[in-house]
Design a protein around this ligand. Structure first.
Ligand code: FE2
Length: 145
């Protein structure tokens, strides 16, 4: 359980920092197709914000404390933040793609540990989240063609 809690807290921290990072891209993306990409990024950070709360509440159900301060997020996260500058659309999609692939990978790792512990509630939650990452990764792949 200790390993699972640590991984889930890293997930919480990554989701929290990505909320800021995707806002950065939402604000600073530039290019001819600005508006749909700007709007898509809002959908993405809304989705991740929901996931952030869902994972934190799952930790509470498991009797653990979710990380709950910006300081602890910066200590725990693997996400690297972005400079404040213009971002071209293809670069924006590539950054988002890489981050969603990493989230998917982390969710999958936690799923393995939770499955070993017969923690079906966490497994089910993660499987739904992984399905959502797959859908978003498909959207981005199509956009990058
Ligand atoms: Fe906005």
């Amino acid at each position: 359980m200790e390993k699972q809690v640590k991984l889930m807290n890293q997930y919480v921290a990554d989701l929290a920092v990505l909320n800021v990072k995707f806002h950065n891209l939402h604000w600073n993306v530039v290019g001819e197709r600005f508006l749909p990409v700007h709007q898509y990024l809002e959908e993405l950070y809304d989705m991740l914000f929901g996931t952030y709360d869902e994972v934190a509440e799952r930790l509470k159900m498991l009797g653990a404390f979710p990380l709950a301060s910006l300081k602890s997020y910066l200590e725990a996260t693997a996400v690297e933040e972005l400079d404040n500058r213009d971002y071209q659309i293809s670069e924006t999609y590539q950054i988002v793609q890489e981050e969603l692939q990493k989230l998917r990978h982390l969710a999958k790792s936690i799923r393995v540990v939770a499955d070993d512990a017969d923690d079906f509630g966490t497994v089910a939650m993660l499987e739904d989240q992984i399905g959502e990452y797959d859908k978003q990764l498909w959207f981005i792949e199509q956009a990058l063609k």
